[in-house]
Design a protein around this ligand. Structure first.
Ligand code: HEC
Length: 262
């Protein structure tokens, strides 16, 4: 009697176990059929059948709060609603900032603008549109955030560098451009009394360099092939006319450059 009941219980357990096994085998939860969202694919789970969910209204994802918009854009909204550039650095300029700017400038900008920033870099020597001379009156008069804006969005024939340079790096480069400009335009009265200043010609003579070392250089005729037709009306639209040789551009010589940002 006792043994009989035991047998019956055992059978019931066995049956339940077998039924359970069948159930598990019925679902194919293996790697061919993963319950996951595939980017851009629809989904039956949501009412709008969109797999990629839009951002929840009035929320900001982590790391996407760009509250300091001047730092990220280089512009502020002016009184008239238009964006305005400012001659203002969003953080203090230190030697570290300038060194970083110099290093990044030499990597990304010198191929076209050259190390001294005169716009006659190697790529330009091989026929690219002359890049801006960062020492001319117009470029020196531009507010510092203009350089940030140009690096962020590109300018005419110049591609943008927003992928290569983080916002901090772009500001560092902008600050370095100001240092470069000062290096070519420093007035003698800025030199402390008693300090002797050598002319570049004297340095060249001392170092046994050719006199041309101390002079501005021009594009070599042999390699300077213009990618643009002579008639500027046939040029690519939305590009500024070539510099610095274009006689139609009148660069005002009297406009004083605003003081560089502190
Ligand atoms: C591939 C060549 C090239 C590189 C690299 C390049 N530029 Fe330029 N840049 C140009 C050209 C060309 C122009 C003139 C654009 C035009 O007039 O169409 C220009 C113009 C400029 C101007 C003047 C904009 C104005 O308002 O007139 C600035 C400032 C400038 N570049 C900064 C930079 C900085 C900073 C870098 C490095 C991050 C850089 N460029 C890298 C080709 C280049």
């Amino acid at each position: 009697m006792e043994a009989n009941r035991l047998m019956r219980v055992n059978k019931a357990v066995l049956f339940a176990g077998f039924a359970g096994l069948l159930l598990v085998a019925g679902c194919r939860q293996d790697m061919q059929n993963e319950p996951k969202m595939i980017p851009q694919r629809g989904s039956e789970m949501f009412a709008d059948h969109r797999g990629a969910r839009p951002q929840v209204l009035n929320t900001v994802a982590r790391g996407q709060l760009h509250a300091d918009s001047y730092f990220y854009t280089g512009v502020v909204e002016g009184a008239n609603g238009y964006r305005e550039e400012r001659d203002l650095m969003p953080f203090p300029v230190t030697m570290t900032v300038l060194r970083r700017g110099q290093e990044r400038f030499n990597v990304y900008c010198t191929p076209c603008h050259s190390r001294v920033g005169n716009g006659l870099g190697e790529i330009v020597e091989r026929g690219y549109k002359p890049a801006a001379n960062l020492h001319d009156q117009v470029r020196r008069a531009q507010p510092i955030s203009h350089y940030f804006f140009v690096m962020t969005h590109g300018y005419g024939a110049m591609p943008d560098y927003s992928a290569q340079l983080t916002p901090v790096d772009r500001w560092c480069v902008a600050a370095y451009i100001r240092a470069l400009q000062l290096s070519q335009n420093a007035p003698l009265q800025d030199v402390p009394a008693g300090v002797q200043v050598k002319k570049l010609q004297e340095v060249a003579a001392e170092e046994n360099l050719p006199p041309s070392y101390a002079q501005p250089w021009a594009l070599p005729e042999a390699t300077n092939v213009s990618a643009y037709p002579n008639n500027s009306k046939e040029g690519t639209p939305a590009m500024a006319p070539a510099r610095p040789a274009d006689p139609k551009i009148n660069i005002p010589a009297s406009k004083p450059a605003p003081a560089a940002a502190k």
